[in-house]
Structure formats: structure tokens, C-alpha cells
Design a protein around this ligand. Structure first.
Ligand code: C2E
Ligand code: MG
Ligand code: MG
Ligand code: MG
Length: 270
């Protein structure tokens, strides 16, 4: 009887695993075709400077899935990284972003930021591809920001690659700053230009306690001469707190949600 039960349980797990694997391989197949089927969408979340002036935007990837509707990166980025599709997908995001900078945004001074994953930076050809893209669009590099997470800095081989990207003249931003595992030493070793203050440091409870970590990170950015963008700003209280601390660059639902590229471009007319 016991053996029968064990076999039954095994069959159950086998089946669950099988289902999971079928789901993953289907997702992989669909992801593989998503570029050629033009299913990806570039959303842009505005970033504002002092006085509500538009500073730029962060490019955020969406997938218009034929059956499941609009998906966010949480639904597919991990799988894209796992099956090495993040490279062509990341190239698409870069290409779209640079086309915006070279086209409708050419005569502005707006900055556009792109998220870059560790898999992309593992690729030794990545800096050369970015350089070629910048050249083919005849773009000055300083209006492009590459956002990386801290944990990426401890990945072997990635630091020199970031250095060659930085040497192209673009900006490097540390995303979700303060939430990962890394040492402050990296701020000196790597030529970082920008810190993105993560929203966890601005939650209402912490604001009530005067947000010592947020204030420290803001002071750190200032001491190092780095640009600081506060992300995930959801309330007037948070924005007031940040302004009191002298933070001028903000991004968050309180100011604007991520919006389709065309909607963002209408802001230029206003
Ligand atoms: P992230 O780079 O930290 O982007 C900020 C995320 O916070 C975005 O989620 C944005 O929609 C969300 N957000 C913005 N303002 C607020 C706010 O006020 N409150 C809250 N609660 N959330 C806010 P999203 O678009 O779902 O992206 C999630 C993550 O996926 C991004 O985090 C980024 O790490 C990754 N991602 C997005 N696009 C790309 C891409 O093109 N390539 C790669 N490799 N990763 C991407
Ligand atoms: Mg980001
Ligand atoms: Mg972030
Ligand atoms: Mg994040």
C-alpha cells in the first residue's frame, strides 16, 4: 500500500512538473515570435525635475499577448532571461528608445533610461552593439541612461563591460539603489552617474520616522556628486519630503504612470 501511495504521489509531482514545463516551453515559443509579430510595446514613465519640468522618461517593456492581453515585465522577463531571449528583446528596447531620441525627441534635451539585465551585460559584444546603434542614429550618447541593479556589479566580467559602456559617454544609473547586495566601494570603482532611490525607503511609515535611510542615500548621492532620481513616488507627502531634502528628480504614480509611447510624445506639444 505504502509503495502504491508513493507511486501515486510521484505521479502527481511528475504531472505538476510536466504542466510547469509545458507552460514554460509554450511561453518560450511565444516569446520567440513576439518580436517578429510586433507584440512588444514601449511604455514610458515620465520623470520630472523641479517645478514640474519634464526631465525625461524610463522605458518600460510591455507585451501585448494575443490571448492574455497586456503583460508587464514580471510576467515574462525572468523566462526571457532563462531562455536567452533577453538579448534580442533588450536590443529591441534599445533600438526603439534610440529611435525616439533620434526622431521625435531630437530637438529636446530629454533623457531616456533603459533597463539592462545581467544577461545582456554578460554578452561581450554588448558595448559594441550599443556603440553601433548610437552611431547609426547619429546620436550624442549623453541622453541615454542605462539602468542596472547593484547585484549585477558583483557578477564576474560585468564591471569592465560597464566601464566600456560608460566610456561611450552614456549614463549609468544604479536602479533600486539600497535594496541589493553590494558594497559602497562599487560607487567609486564604477563610474556611476545616477542613483535611483528605491520606493521602499519612502513608505509612509518610514516617512513618519523621518526616513533616515532615504536621507542618508540622498546625502550620499550629493557627497559623490551623483544625480538622484526618486522612484515610486506615490503621494504628495512623499514628494514634499523629497523636495525638503533637495531632491528635484522624481518618478512615480503620483506624477505619472507608465504610458504608451504615443501618449508620452503628446507631452511635447503641451
Ligand atoms: P524598475 O526598473 O525598478 O522600474 C520601476 C517599476 O516600478 C516599473 O514596474 C514601474 O511601473 C513601477 N512604478 C513606477 N512608479 C511607481 C509607483 O509610484 N508605485 C509603484 N508601486 N510602482 C511604480 P514595471 O514596468 O512592472 O517593471 C518592473 C521591472 O521590470 C522594472 O523595475 C525593471 O527591473 C524590469 N524591466 C522593465 N522593462 C524592462 C526592459 O526593457 N528590460 C529589462 N531587462 N527589464 C525591464
Ligand atoms: Mg529601472
Ligand atoms: Mg527601480
Ligand atoms: Mg525594480
Amino acid at each position: 500500500r505504502a509503495r502504491g501511495e508513493a507511486r501515486h504521489r510521484l505521479a502527481f509531482y511528475d504531472d505538476a512538473l510536466g504542466q510547469w514545463q509545458r507552460h514554460q516551453s509554450r511561453l518560450e515559443r511565444e516569446l520567440r515570435d513576439a518580436i517578429s509579430r510586433r507584440e512588444f510595446r514601449l511604455y514610458l514613465q515620465p520623470q520630472f525635475a523641479a517645478g514640474g519640468r519634464l526631465h525625461g522618461a524610463e522605458a518600460l517593456l510591455r507585451w501585448m499577448h494575443p490571448e492574455r492581453g497586456l503583460l508587464g515585465p514580471g510576467d515574462f522577463i525572468a523566462e526571457a532571461e532563462h531562455c536567452r531571449l533577453i538579448q534580442p528583446i533588450g536590443d529591441w528596447v534599445l533600438e526603439e528608445t534610440l529611435a525616439l531620441l533620434a526622431g521625435p525627441l531630437r530637438d529636446t534635451d530629454l533623457m531616456l533610461a533603459v533597463n539592462v539585465s545581467v544577461q545582456q551585460l554578460r554578452d561581450p559584444d554588448f558595448p559594441a552593439r550599443v556603440e553601433a546603434l548610437l552611431q547609426s542614429h547619429a546620436l550624442p550618447p549623453h541622453r541615454l541612461v542605462l539602468e542596472v541593479v547593484e547585484s549585477l556589479l558583483v557578477t564576474p566580467g560585468v564591471m569592465p563591460r560597464l566601464a566600456s559602456l560608460h566610456a561611450l559617454g552614456l549614463s549609468i544609473a544604479l536602479d533600486d539603489f539600497g535594496t541589493g547586495y553590494s558594497s559602497l566601494r562599487y560607487l567609486q570603482e564604477l563610474e556611476v552617474d545616477e542613483i535611483k532611490l528605491d520606493k521602499v525607503f519612502l513608505d509612509p511609515l518610514k516617512l513618519r520616522q523621518d526616513a533616515p535611510l532615504a536621507r542618508s542615500i540622498i546625502a550620499l548621492a550629493r557627497a559623490l556628486g551623483l544625480r538622484l532620481v526618486a522612484e515610486g513616488v506615490e503621494t504628495a507627502d512623499q514628494a514634499d519630503f523629497l523636495r525638503r531634502q533637495g531632491v528635484t528628480l522624481m518618478q512615480g504614480y503620483y506624477l505619472a504612470r507608465p504610458e504608451p509611447k504615443d501618449i508620452f510624445l503628446r507631452r511635447l506639444d503641451a
